[in-house]
Design a protein around this ligand. Structure first.
Ligand code: PLP
Length: 455
């Protein structure tokens, strides 16, 4: 039986809603990533680790809004923090400085000591964009390098070689920069240098060749949040960037408060020059953050006391001396309150979430072994992915392409039927709300799906 058949019977209302949505939204979605064929499931309730769809089906949620919801859905701590902030402050938005901006920065810095100074943005995309502009201003250079398979947001400089077809991706040691979108022709001169993750010799060689042009190298210290860098690779990357004065940006939008509370940089004991955060630190609301070295971040410091910036008002000094960074909603008080409550709860519950993650991974692998289905997991901290292969040594994008992605997708649809939600082929993100009941439900579902394959 094809997995779509049962899923279709259970999700008739989702199908109807998506048909209606397609009349207004291209593909029926507001972000391409929300789509999957034949049609995505429309959810309308969340509670703890659970989602409910418009047909009333219940799912243990492992998508967790792409890892953003570290406490699960609708956590009481966050509800209370938001309410307190709104009641005490009496407003939704100040447009002025307010004390939570400092309180939150102090909390972040206690886990990310590489951040001398911090700026807030409204998304991870904006954060990496600001990080790259800072690096360019600091070095006076304009080329960046990124790694194959790594995602940093949806704009031109970084929208290359995230999921390149292997037929276009070029040499493993010297990957091509493959655009990920139509409409990028204007910007082809901004192509980044694409580097091979976890391949220290090849990466070093490419960096040496381009060292004089490179302002920055941006990397997910754990690719996709689930393929860890190797320590030696990270050490050599830090050394070679330092040697050439290239700004090293750790994009920890996924790994922040997930690989460890202190992100990938805590695991690898490495100080990047700039770090970007997002997702978890907004407690489910839009946020991004850029933190880093004093001498880099201070380029965005308004110049003289009394210097006023306002749109259309003229400027006394050359705009090029100060890095432009603004945003109506930067440091939104309600979101910072939600983020602070999230981090405070994680301080109590992170270890238990880690334990859940590791138990789940072990048990899934055990079930795979017993059923003789090639199931493995790869991950770090509270994120992992299920991979269909007997070789668990997955080190980068190309290794992942060699695994049985079709089998993984088929299992994902069967699991949807059994009430386990992640977007097909997506990684698993665990929350503090996942507990005994969810573990049991998940393993029962896996057992049923594996039995089906055997039957
Ligand atoms: N960087 C990384 C590592 C991400 O995973 C993401 C989002 O998935 C982004 C940047 C972009 O963040 P946002 O979707 O908040 O713009």
């Amino acid at each position: 039986e094809h997995p779509f058949i049962q899923y279709g019977a259970k999700t008739g209302k989702s199908y109807k809603e998506m048909k209606e949505a397609e009349k207004f939204l291209p593909g029926g979605v507001t972000a391409n990533i929300k789509h999957f064929a034949p049609y995505p499931i429309v959810m309308n309730k969340g509670n703890g680790a659970w989602l409910e769809d418009v047909d009333g089906n219940q799912y243990v949620d492992y998508l967790m809004a792409y890892g953003s919801l570290a406490l699960g859905h609708g956590h009481d701590d966050i509800k209370k923090a938001i309410q307190d902030q709104l009641f005490e402050d009496g407003t939704f938005l100040f447009g002025t400085p307010h004390s939570l901006e400092t309180t939150f920065a102090r909390k972040i810095k206690s886990y990310y000591p590489s951040m001398d100074k911090i700026r807030y943005t409204n998304s991870g995309t904006e954060a990496t964009l600001l990080a790259i502009r800072l690096a360019s201003a600091y070095t006076g250079k304009k080329k960046i390098a990124k790694f194959e398979g790594h995602y940093h947001g949806g704009y031109n400089e970084v929208l290359y070689s995230i999921n390149p077809p292997l037929s276009e991706a070029g040499d493993e040691d010297k990957p091509n920069a493959v655009p990920e979108s139509a409409g990028m022709d204007f910007y082809l001169d901004q192509k980044p240098l694409v580097l091979p993750f976890n391949q220290p010799d090849a990466t070093e060689k490419l960096i040496e060749e381009h060292a004089t042009e490179l302002a920055a190298i941006i990397i997910e210290p754990v690719q996709g949040g689930f393929i860890p860098a190797e320590q030696q690779f990270m050490d050599r990357l830090r050394n070679v960037t330092k040697k050439h004065g290239i700004v090293l940006i750790f994009d920890e939008v996924k790994t922040g408060f997930r690989s460890a509370l202190g992100g990938g940089q805590e695991i690898y004991n490495i100080k990047p020059d700039i770090t970007t955060l997002g997702k978890v630190i907004g407690g489910g609301f839009p946020i991004g953050l850029v933190g880093g070295k004093e001498e880099i971040l201070s380029i965005s410091k308004p110049k003289a006391a009394g210097d006023v910036f306002d749109v259309g008002q003229g400027a006394e000094s050359s705009a090029k001396e100060i890095l432009f960074h603004s945003g109506t909603y930067n440091g939104h008080p309600t979101i910072l309150a939600a983020g602070l409550a999230t981090i405070q709860r994680l301080e109590q519950d992170f270890d238990a979430t880690l334990a859940y993650t590791n138990t789940l991974r072990e048990k899934i692998e055990d079930l795979g072994k017993k059923a003789n289905v090639p199931l493995s997991t790869v991950g770090l901290g509270t994120i992992f992915s299920v991979i269909c292969t007997r070789d668990s040594n997955i080190r980068h994008y190309r290794d992942l392409q060699k695994t049985n992605l079709e089998l993984r997708k088929e299992m994902d649809f069967h699991l949807l039927n059994e009430g386990i939600y992640t977007k097909p082929l997506n990684r698993y993100s665990i929350s503090t709300s996942h507990g005994e009941k969810e573990l049991e439900a998940t393993l029962n579902a896996y057992q049923t799906v594996l039995n089906k394959r055997l039957g």
